[in-house]
Write a protein that binds this ligand. Structure first.
Ligand SMILES: [Zn+2]
Length: 60
C-alpha cells in the first residue's frame, strides 16, 4: 500500500506486514495513530536521535 511521508511529503510503499500491531496498541495510550514516515526520513530521525542521546564526554 502507498503512504505519504509526513516529513518530506513523498509517496512511498509500505508492506502489509505492519497491519497487526497489537503490541504497539498496548503500549501506546493513543488510539491507533498511523504515522507515515518514509525509510529515508526514518533513518534520518533515528540518526539524529542517536546522536543527541549520546552523552558528551568531557574532553581532557
Ligand atoms: Zn520522508
Amino acid at each position: 500500500m502507498e503512504k505519504r511521508c509526513i516529513l518530506c511529503g513523498r509517496m512511498f510503499v509500505v508492506e502489509d506486514m505492519c497491519e497487526t500491531t497489537e503490541d504497539d496498541d498496548l503500549l501506546t495510550p493513543e488510539p491507533r495513530k498511523t504515522v507515515s514516515i518514509c525509510d529515508l526520513c526514518r533513518k534520518k530521525l533515528k540518526h539524529e536521535a542517536d546522536k543527541s542521546q549520546k552523552p558528551t564526554k568531557p574532553v581532557g
